[in-house]
Ligand binder design. Structure first.
Ligand SMILES: [Zn+2]
Length: 257
């Protein structure tokens, strides 16, 4: 299968200038930057969490070796969908968020694009090798829809799982991923024993209502997902403290917190 048309490939000519690195910084005027920033803002739904500012967005480049099984899986899912399916994208592909551990300073500034090799830095591992279901639940033991890879359109929910292991880091990061949702089974109640999607479906979508407050999409195949963008944003506390510092400086007086 040729993947010359897939812009995520590190081998694609449009990515030539950055082919040494897995991260390519997007210009603020880039149509993809605008689209991803809008999706991040639209997905920020928790009323008690102030909307953070997006500082940077990196495109994540994948090796052809990694993209091939993903695109083959997408083609298989697409072929299994009925002709009456009205999904907009092949395989019902969506861009969905995922928050994870970062134990290095990747993406703290435009030059910090080298992946670390720390085993606890899941972020660099995912960017290097994509997701691995065997690591599912390493961090959070509760698995609402069983052993799968959890993603969401709700950026403020994914933010709950974004963790900085280095105290020096100033920003939070979230992965925005290409996810082959295929035909989803929509559930409102927990089903913690799942290890694969129910027969006839490709994924489970948890809908808000009974057990959930915000949507989540779970897939059970490593080839159903690839990281696509890294969103770098300021945490609410950081913005809060910056505002405090600014006001304090302006009035030259300490503020009560
Ligand atoms: Zn790292």
């Amino acid at each position: 299968m040729t993947i010359a048309g897939d812009g995520s490939s590190i081998e694609h000519p449009i990515n030539y200038p950055t082919r040494c690195n897995r991260l390519a910084l997007l210009e603020r005027t880039d149509a993809k930057y605008i689209q991803v920033e809008r999706q991040f803002q639209k997905g920020w739904k928790h009323p008690k969490k102030p909307m953070p500012r997006v500082h940077a967005i990196f495109k994540i480049l994948a090796s052809e070796e990694s993209l091939k099984p993903f695109l083959e899986y997408r083609a298989r899912v697409q072929a299994s969908l009925t002709v009456n399916s009205t999904f907009k994208n092949p395989g019902n592909e969506h861009l969905l968020f995922h928050g994870t551990n970062r134990f290095c300073l990747l993406a703290e500034d435009s030059d910090s694009v080298r992946l670390c090799a720390l085993p606890e830095c899941f972020l660099c591992s995912v960017i290097q090798n994509s997701f691995d279901i065997r690591k599912c639940g390493t961090k959070n033991k509760f698995r609402r829809f069983g052993t799968g890879i959890y993603t969401t359109a709700c950026s403020s929910k994914a933010d709950d799982y974004s963790f900085n292991g280095m105290k020096r880091s100033k920003f939070q990061v979230l992965l925005l991923n290409r996810v082959i949702v295929g035909k989803p089974l929509k559930r409102r109640q927990n089903e913690t024993n799942l290890a694969e999607p129910p027969c006839g479906y490709h994924s489970v979508v948890g809908e808000p209502g009974v057990d959930l407050n915000y949507e989540e999409t779970v897939i059970y195949n490593n080839d159903a997902i690839r990281p696509a963008y890294l969103v770098v944003y300021g945490s609410a506390s950081e913005i809060h403290s910056k505002v405090h510092a600014l006001i304090s400086t302006l009035f030259k007086t300490p503020l009560a917190s």
